[in-house]
Design a protein around this ligand. Sequence first.
Ligand SMILES: *[C@@H]1O[C@H](CO)[C@@H](O)[C@H](O)[C@H]1NC(C)=O
Ligand SMILES: *[C@@H]1O[C@H](CO)[C@@H](O)[C@H](O)[C@H]1NC(C)=O
Ligand SMILES: *[C@@H]1O[C@H](CO)[C@@H](O)[C@H](O)[C@H]1NC(C)=O
Ligand SMILES: *[C@@H]1O[C@H](CO)[C@@H](O)[C@H](O)[C@H]1NC(C)=O
Ligand SMILES: *[C@@H]1O[C@H](CO)[C@@H](O)[C@H](O)[C@H]1NC(C)=O
Ligand SMILES: *[C@@H]1O[C@H](CO)[C@@H](O)[C@H](O)[C@H]1NC(C)=O
Ligand SMILES: *[C@@H]1O[C@H](CO)[C@@H](O)[C@H](O)[C@H]1NC(C)=O
Ligand SMILES: *[C@@H]1O[C@H](CO)[C@@H](O)[C@H](O)[C@H]1NC(C)=O
Length: 491
Amino acid sequence: MARVIALCISVFFLLLTFSARTGVADDSLFRGQSLSGGQTMVSGGGKFELGFFAPGNASKYYIGIWYKVSKKTVVWVANREKPVASASSSELRLAEDGNLVLRLKDSKNQIWSSNSSSSLASNSTVAVLLDDGNLVLKDNISSDTLWQSFDHPTNTWLPGAKLGYNKSTGRDRFLTSWRNPEDPSPGMFTLEIDPNGVDQFYLLRDRRHRYWTTGVWTGEIFTAIPEMRSNYFFNFSHVSNMIVNEFSFYVRDSAAIHNFMLDFTGEMKRQKWDAEAKVMLQFCSLPRDPCDVEGRCGPFGSCNNFSSDPCHCLQGFNPRSSNEWTLGDHTGGCVRRTPLRCGERDGFLVLSSTQPPANPVRMSTIGGREECRTACLRNCSCTAYAYHSECSIWQGDLVNLKYLGSSNGAKSGAIYLRVDASELAENDHKKRENKAMIVVGAVSGVAAIAVVVLLLALRYRKGATKKGDKWVRVNGRFKLQLSLREKERIE
Ligand SMILES: *[C@@H]1O[C@H](CO)[C@@H](O)[C@H](O)[C@H]1NC(C)=O
Ligand SMILES: *[C@@H]1O[C@H](CO)[C@@H](O)[C@H](O)[C@H]1NC(C)=O
Ligand SMILES: *[C@@H]1O[C@H](CO)[C@@H](O)[C@H](O)[C@H]1NC(C)=O
Ligand SMILES: *[C@@H]1O[C@H](CO)[C@@H](O)[C@H](O)[C@H]1NC(C)=O
Ligand SMILES: *[C@@H]1O[C@H](CO)[C@@H](O)[C@H](O)[C@H]1NC(C)=O
Ligand SMILES: *[C@@H]1O[C@H](CO)[C@@H](O)[C@H](O)[C@H]1NC(C)=O
Ligand SMILES: *[C@@H]1O[C@H](CO)[C@@H](O)[C@H](O)[C@H]1NC(C)=O
Ligand SMILES: *[C@@H]1O[C@H](CO)[C@@H](O)[C@H](O)[C@H]1NC(C)=O
């Protein structure tokens, strides 16, 4: 009897696991099938996996594609801006209209959709995760591709995927960084091909400010990346004419895991999977100087490439969001600890060895530094000034401040930062404290030396008087009466 029950239970569980898996056929999803909870699709060669993942420890789930070797190596995200709160109560379904749709179970509301025009999608549409990491919707009969994730790259450029534009389709493929390591929603940085037909890529902030370029493609290398010549890990392929300008690359060793990733810090990184250490190695970070990333440290943040963590808030400022700051996202910058009251109560802190922001307002002053200072103080929107044979002032947020290193500490290059007087007082207070510490230190040092000297002197005295010498009073004065033997020795 017990055996029968046990058998029934195991059959029941077998059925349960079966029913949980029936939705998924390895690398493909057919019409009406769905993926939920911990279920995944795995590409034919076993290189890539697709499913729900949660990058932070908040309950925010995304549909993503990652290398099978590690779930942390996410290369594509579907619902970047619309996470779901639970993977088990959501599903990725190949809907009746032939689109891939993310929705809550038992709900018609779409959270995300592949949005392929439904006239193309037929009842023979199938979703397949290919072994190059491309998720495609294709017609099972004609094999026509109806939609593919390679047309909607996120922050990673995979071998075989194209970046660039095709004007006849209006398609433009570019990389967009994540916001931070726990938030895949679109960040500020993009890698885009030159829209004017020149064969080069730009790194941009807010899709407007170009802060770095690969340099022009020579057919072999990009001119700003001369080390490409020695990098025979991959070859580049380029299609360019009046309508199309697209690049792709191929890895020579197809088993090796290589890609390019636009990091949330605005740096373009070449990545390679280290199978032994089981980590994604990042190298060839571009731009080479992290402080060249536009607005890297945000308003009132100072960038220091000598430090492993390059961003610091200026004195008197705190991170605008300590959460983001802790995650390494410094683009939000820093805010004043004490708001400016704007008036004679404001003062200036010296920022030495600091490269000022570009585009100051030049003032014509005759009175030198003092007049420059007054000019800044008089206008509420002035946040800093510098006097270096001429008067420059800056208004509003200070961005792209760069620390030049202590060896470049020429005072003449100093910037004077407007702060509330209390910050100055604190600065003075600290200085005074420091001074006080020095004085206390010096005094105690001297005292210690004095004590030592005194002790030594006493000891000497003791030593000298030990052997029978006596202090005697002669005419109201003490005199040392040496013992006889000592007397003899002296004589
Ligand atoms: C997230 O996890 C990390 C380490 O596991 C922990 O230090 C941190 O406090 C967690 N954050 C939250 C918001 O739970
Ligand atoms: C799908 O297309 C509709 C209408 O064109 C648009 O409103 C929606 O944002 C699109 N969704 C996605 C995920 O692109
Ligand atoms: C698919 O659609 C065609 C025509 O639209 C129809 O003839 C065929 O029976 C459908 N097949 C299935 C499996 O629904
Ligand atoms: C798709 O094609 C394969 C083989 O070509 C076939 O086994 C499968 O049944 C087809 N699926 C659909 C939904 O048409
Ligand atoms: C650009 O788009 C057109 C129209 O869809 C297509 O015929 C052509 O092959 C595309 N070119 C490339 C290089 O993809
Ligand atoms: C690059 O490598 C791929 C794969 O090995 C090959 O198909 C392609 O022809 C190569 N392209 C060039 C320009 O060498
Ligand atoms: C760091 O900054 C200094 C000062 O601007 C610059 O001279 C140096 O080249 C930078 N280092 C790197 C690695 O870019
Ligand atoms: C302060 O400077 C701004 C920008 O140059 C200017 O528009 C404004 O009029 C100035 N205010 C005063 C009080 O001078």
